[in-house]
Design a protein around this ligand. Sequence first.
Ligand SMILES: Cc1cc2nc3c(=O)[nH]c(=O)nc-3n(C[C@H](O)[C@H](O)[C@H](O)COP(=O)(O)O)c2cc1C
Length: 161
Amino acid sequence: MIIVYSWKGTTLAYARILADLRQESLFELKESKKRNVAGCIFDSLLRREKQPVGMPDMSAIPDSEEITLCSPIWAGQIAAPIRYFFRRGGLQERKVNFLYTCLRMEQRNVYENMIRRLIVAAGGEPGFVMVMAGMVKDKIDEEIAHDHMKRILDEETVEAR
Ligand SMILES: Cc1cc2nc3c(=O)[nH]c(=O)nc-3n(C[C@H](O)[C@H](O)[C@H](O)COP(=O)(O)O)c2cc1C
């Protein structure tokens, strides 16, 4: 199962490709109120968790099922609605993969370490952590993204063997 929050649509576009590649269902978290840029930044700086709409019922999901969370990076943090999801539970003893989008690729190690720490703190077992290029105005090139993600997933499967 893939769970995504996306403010401007970039992360959602990647999550759709991932769902297609992995043949998994996709859950999109939304928010009841429209968010502005300041709201994104404040929530990140204050490490706020904002309850999203459309939370899946984790107790109904088989224990063995892997969860893949997808979020943009805001001010160095994962987005508040996905942060809320971490605290809300349901990740314990599950394999938790993560796809994130960002602009500052040079910060990848920092973001990845933070994400792995959060997964472990929530009782999950970190699986793959995948970064995809954030967009400002342009749309993603779906074909390139598809091929790139497929290659990463194939490598993961080889490593896991
Ligand atoms: C308020 C805000 C803060 C951001 N902060 C960062 C940041 O600290 N580092 C980074 O690499 N990208 C940052 N970005 C870029 C986003 O992570 C990137 O554009 C992402 O793909 C947006 O995803 P979305 O279209 O799914 O909302 C920020 C974007 C916004 C809107």
